[in-house]
Design a protein around this ligand. Structure first.
Ligand code: KG4
Ligand code: ZN
Length: 364
């Protein structure tokens, strides 16, 4: 008999539920995005997020069951995200999971969201085996792990300031492009030249796998200010390029940035982030025995990151694995996948299990 796991994920701004068969086969995966709710604010408003989760959680779980053709009585286990994330958001999914587990006498495990992201790669790559090096690059984290065995992780490096996705979101906000910033910057970057504006890369000292994106973000802020005539130093590269038309991005003083320049800034910024992520994660993968590198988290959707990493990894003899974009961003199938081996081993969470906004993954 197949094992049916219900995954529940509400750590940030997506209400998600999924039914997974035997830890691998996705029978259904439902994601209710809150992007339009938060877009006017250029970032997530935590209180709005938790309230929307409360409204969405039961319909989303019901939809996941219906699409999978599974009843509550047929569930063998529930895996719900316990952290890290926004505490109000986390509590909704975890309490829902606990209530369902209690009412229906179904085994429950709490899952670390970051472990879920790593497990997303196993859903699209059956051949992927431990050990592997894993980069989780999302809106909240840029963490590099050595995944030794299921449940055994070593944190090799992390961002010392902004997460990679956070940098994408902040730069998009600065340029008034919208939210979430990653996909929008990628779209603009396609029309731009990555070499027009060269932004700084922060590369860690030898032996460290830490990241830093705040210097890059500040460089973009300063560049944009100068370009709008708000700073003291004029930007070095040429300002005027053929415009792409139809766009009007105004500075605080009402200055308009040329759309061609916006595209070049996006391309230059994206290239700098990609460059650092590729360099550091490849260095870690090369230092490990397995030479397998997993790329997950929302930023792993980025096409430029995927193509550059694929190209550089091939040169270095490293095998890269990334799941399809819908499994890179937050979803509940990855949470069910991470919870499944533990449910199978007979692990059970107590109803006293609490959500932890700063839940850590792995040894440091
Ligand atoms: O993993 P995720 O869905 O949620 C978190 O756990 O944070 O990641 C969301 C982040 C956002 O910052 C978003 O801007 C970024 O992933 N992102 C991207 C792309 N798609 C999403 N960043 C760069 N390029 C993309 N195509
Ligand atoms: Zn995430």
């Amino acid at each position: 008999m197949a094992h049916l796991t219900l995954g529940i994920e509400t750590s940030c701004d997506e209400t998600a539920a999924a039914i997974l068969e035997d830890g691998r086969r996705i029978r259904s995966s439902v994601i209710a995005s809150q992007d339009t709710l938060h877009a006017p604010y250029g970032g997530i408003v935590p209180e709005l997020a938790s309230r929307r989760h409360v409204e969405a959680i039961w319909p989303v779980v019901q939809e996941a069951l219906t699409r999978a053709g599974v009843t509550l009585a047929e569930l063998d286990g529930i895996a719900a995200t316990a952290g890290p994330g926004l505490i109000g958001s986390l509590l909704v999914g975890l309490c829902f999971g606990k209530a369902l587990a209690f009412a229906r006498d179904i085994p429950l495990v709490g899952v670390n969201h970051l472990e879920g992201h790593l497990y997303a790669a196993t859903l699209d790559h059956e051949e992927l085996s431990f050990p592997f090096t894993g980069l989780v690059a999302s809106g909240g984290h840029t963490n590099l792990y050595l995944a030794t065995a299921p449940g055994v992780y070593l944190l090799l490096g992390r961002t010392r300031d902004d997460a990679a996705g956070e940098a994408f979101d902040k730069v998009a906000k600065l340029l008034s492009l919208g939210y979430p910033g990653g996909p929008l910057i990628e779209e603009w970057a396609r029309k731009g030249n990555p070499n027009t504006v060269r932004f700084p890369r922060s590369v860690p000292p030898r032996g460290s796998y830490d990241f830093s994106f705040s210097g890059l973000k500040t460089a973009v802020v300063n560049y944009v200010r100068s370009a709008k005539g708000e700073g003291t130093n004029p930007p070095t590269p040429p300002l005027q390029k053929g415009g792409t038309g139809g766009f009007d991005v105004r500075g605080a003083a009402g200055t308009t940035l040329d759309p061609g320049l916006i595209a070049d800034i996006c391309a230059g910024f994206q290239e700098a982030v990609v460059d650092v992520l590729v360099r550091v994660s490849l260095a870690a993968a090369k230092a490990s025995a397995s030479r397998r590198l997993v790329l997950v988290g929302g930023v792993a959707c980025n096409g430029r990151l995927r193509s550059k990493l694929t190209e550089r990894a091939a040169e270095e003899g490293v095998q890269v694995y990334y799941p399809k974009p819908s499994l890179c961003t937050d979803n509940a199938a990855m949470i069910a996948a991470a919870g499944y081996p533990r449910l199978l081993r007979g692990e059970r969470a107590l109803l006293s299990l609490n959500a932890d906004a700063n839940l850590a993954l792995g040894l440091t």
